[in-house]
Write a protein that binds this ligand. Structure first.
Ligand code: MRU
Length: 365
């Protein structure tokens, strides 16, 4: 997508130097900055601190981090760049780094999908690791665009749409998942309105989704997280669309905390609830959502609030009762029965059809 007329991917890697550049999502929407990760540790730091975030972007970052580790591990005298040349020490290193990367954001399925793919490629050669990581980033864009094409059919002139968190292009390498259909619909000349949940505690909706929508010229309003039931009861929402961080084979879906509540309310009011995801977010090794690990983040995210003061200096203030502690689960799991359909790169899939698909199987209808 474009920022001030210039096209950007959310994250990219220089195959020669191994440097990974990413849009700093903690600086947005107040300033537009690029963070450069010179090694896999920097990239892991960026994932943990949410400089880069969102299922798809985390996946790309994890793939790049794994490739950086192969570049680093294979550097130096007497060390090979092909599997046959790897020493035991190098192999231990690659394995250790893979575990380190996978510990950064445990709920995000795309992260594990990417580390596995790049790790296996890296065992062939360093070159293969780099190629695979770049390929995953390109695939991420292609899938997101396809999701956008299919999902745009659900958007009509006058549609009023509710979304939660940020599943826009910042959450992927480009286009996004939940917002991709809206970008394509906008390109098709459709006029519609978006309500963006603020998405406490980190406010990805108020900060990132709102910034993206504004950037694309899509009319929208930020709404408090607890306004969903009211809006739906007033007949103000035609459908809900969200992204996902991990989906079990039965369709149970982990997404940003608060998603589950929206899905229950949507069902109560007979409002369609869509989840937009690439198949790389589906974890076919899990039978249901109870097996999805839920990341718990620092209580500071709940107890404090950050933003620029009148001079533009970033400040963090406490906004909760001093002495109280907070619980901060980052995700919840929406049972499949509340989900109308998954908008995927292979088309619209009903929850009960999901298990029939794997990455290699084409959609039957
Ligand atoms: O904790 P975050 O901001 O990385 O949250 C993940 C998400 O971006 C959302 O849950 C999103 O809706 C899914 S995918 C972009």
């Amino acid at each position: 997508m474009k920022v001030a007329g210039k096209h950007y991917r959310t994250i990219w890697m220089d195959s020669k130097t191994g440097e990974v550049s990413m849009i700093d999502q903690n600086a947005l929407p107040f300033s537009f900055e690029i963070f450069i990760a010179r090694n896999y540790q920097d990239t892991c730091h960026a994932i943990v601190t949410m400089i880069t975030r969102g299922a798809g972007a985390i996946g790309a970052a994890a793939g790049f981090a794994m490739a950086q580790a192969f570049m680093e591990g294979a550097r130096g005298e007497g060390r090979g760049v092909n599997s046959a040349d790897y020493t035991l020490e190098q192999l231990f290193f690659f394995d250790k780094v893979r575990k380190e990367i996978e510990a950064t954001r445990p709920t995000a399925r795309n992260l594990f999908y990417a580390t596995e793919r790049v790790y296996n490629a890296g065992l062939i050669s360093v070159e293969s690791a780099i190629r695979e990581a770049q390929l995953l980033a390109d695939q991420n864009i292609a899938d997101a665009k396809q999701i956008g094409e299919y999902g745009s059919k659900l958007v009509h002139n006058g549609s009023r749409i509710l979304t939660h968190c940020n599943a826009g292009w910042l959450g992927f390498v480009d286009y996004g998942s939940a917002l991709a259909p809206l970008y394509i619909a906008k390109e098709q000349g459709k006029e519609f309105f978006v309500y963006a949940d603020e998405t406490r505690p980190r406010n990805q909706g108020a900060r990132l989704t709102a910034w993206e929508l504004q950037n694309e010229g899509i009319p929208h309003k930020i709404v408090p997280d607890n306004a969903g039931a009211y809006l739906m009861s007033q007949g103000l929402i035609d459908f809900v669309i969200v992204g996902a961080d991990r989906i079990a084979s039965n369709g149970d879906t982990a997404n940003k905390i608060g998603t589950f509540e929206k899905a229950i309310v949507a069902k109560e009011f007979g409002i369609p609830f869509y989840v937009a995801v690439p198949f790389s977010t589906i974890d076919f090794s899990l039978t249901d959502g109870s097996q999805i690990p839920i990341e718990e983040r620092s209580e500071d995210e709940v107890l404090t609030y950050s933003g620029p003061d009148s001079e533009g200096v970033m400040r963090t203030i406490r906004m909760a009762s001093p002495g109280s502690h907070a619980l901060n689960p980052a995700f919840d799991v929406t049972p499949a029965k509340f989900i109308t359909g998954f908008i995927t790169e292979k088309g619209l899939v009903k929850p009960e059809e999901l298990a029939d698909f794997s990455l290699d199987k084409p959609l039957k209808h």
